[in-house]
Write a new protein. Structure first.
Length: 409
């Protein structure tokens, strides 16, 4: 009878799974998780899906090769339970960090006014018991306090401000809208399947999906940048008139960001760069296939990340200019954006143009925005490194084993 070798022989409960099953399940899980987020300057969801699809196809192609040895993955005893718990904790904490520090705080930094009209006058040596003489000249020195630092200049002050204004769960404000967007995005993608090689089709489908769900992205920005509202999250989704205003901005953001990602991929594919990944030969392991796919998409992903920073800032600022009058902002920002926004009630557009959104984005605000993204990314890397170390240690201890089935004589 066939046995699995070279697994160590010890009395532990083992659950064998084929590599095809595990790779397919991982691919599906990655695509579901990556879809629950709007376009944002981070590792793009399309990057993750591309790697996942390439690896799945490569592994399946390798398994279809005529060979008597089929790889299997085994989970061992209580270590497997610890391994699964660690993976789930990694997903939960990683998502929390990504949402709060990678999405929410940079959004606030993109709209906060660098120089709000707020200052405090402090009269030095003021004697409250001294009678006031209207004819006496004011010779007391008047000290003006320095302008307050923007709230989003530090992560700590931003979190404290949000907690003071919106409660303990303020770091997850807008999460319901984000989940709704992710589910809607996954539904649209499921109705329009595409080949992993058809990068242009992926670009077009992504464009259609983003533009169709533009109002959900707009509502998410409004929830994040405004004071708590008694309305339900779905009651804050704008109507068709708002969609017509924001849809071109979403299309611009998607086109700029994803063109920087897909054009290099199309060129790599035209040069047969993915040939060895999609049709592996020589018994390459899934780990090697994954490393090859990640290497090929890393440069397009980095280029897309850099381009997405100004594109996302423009979208956020245009969306902020459309904040309803009845909603108060949670951070100070000029609703008129220096007089560039005219209310629709007086014949204006009621929103900031793409060009004005960038022109009014002063250098200090841009620096805060980029720093917020950088700090969030650093925290994400630290969390990923910590959990990766834990998972590697558990695998080394035997929580997960990988091998080939063979025939014992």
């Amino acid at each position: 009878m066939p046995t699995c070798a070279p697994y160590p022989r010890h009395d532990k409960l083992r659950c064998p799974f084929s590599a095809r099953f595990c790779t397919g399940g991982l691919s599906l899980l990655v695509q579901i998780i990556s879809s629950i987020r709007p376009s944002y300057p981070s590792l793009d969801s399309y990057t993750i899906m591309t790697i996942s699809s390439l690896v799945r196809r490569g592994v399946e192609a390798a398994l279809e090769q005529p060979t008597p040895n089929q790889p299997t993955i085994h989970f061992a005893g209580w270590l497997s339970a610890l391994f699964v718990f660690t993976v789930l904790a990694f997903i939960a904490i990683g998502f929390s960090v990504e949402y709060t520090y990678g999405m929410l705080i940079p959004t606030l930094a993109a709209v906060e006014d660098s120089n709000p009209d707020v200052y405090v006058r402090i009269d030095g040596n003021l004697d409250a018991n001294k009678p006031v003489d209207a004819n006496e000249p004011d010779t007391e020195p008047v000290i003006e306090a320095p302008p307050p630092m923007p709230i989003t200049s530090k992560l700590r002050t931003t979190i404290q401000h949000l907690r003071a204004r919106a409660g303990f769960l303020s770091r997850f404000r807008g999460l319901s809208m984000l989940l709704t967007y992710g589910l809607a995005q996954g539904l649209v993608f499921s109705m329009m399947p595409f080949s992993i090689n058809a990068f242009f089709s992926q670009f077009v489908v992504g464009m259609i999906c983003s533009v169709a769900l533009a109002n959900l992205q707009l509502a998410w920005v409004h929830i994040v940048i405004s004071e708590p509202s008694p309305k339900r999250f779905y009651q804050r989704i704008p109507g068709f008139a708002a969609w017509k205003k924001i849809a071109p901005v979403v299309a611009f953001e998607h086109a700029v960001t994803n063109a920087a990602y897909y054009i290099p991929l199309i060129l790599i594919s035209a040069c047969n760069g993915f040939k060895n990944i999609e049709n592996p030969s020589g018994g390459d392991s899934p780990a090697k296939t994954l490393a090859g796919a990640a290497t090929l998409v890393s440069l397009p992903a980095l280029l897309s990340f850099v381009v997405s920073i100004p594109a996302r800032a423009i979208f956020i600022r245009v969306a902020a200019s459309m904040l309803p009058e009845e909603d108060e902002s949670i951070v100070p920002f000029d609703r008129s954006f220096g007089g560039k926004v005219s209310p629709a009630i007086v014949g204006g557009s009621g929103k900031l143009s793409i060009m004005d959104a960038w022109k009014t984005f002063d250098r200090p605000a841009l620096v805060r925005f980029v720093k917020a993204i950088g700090k969030g990314f650093a925290i994400e890397v630290a969390v990923a490194a910590f959990f990766t170390t834990l998972l590697v240690a558990q695998v080394w201890a035997g929580a997960v084993t990988y091998g080939f089935a063979g025939n014992n004589a």
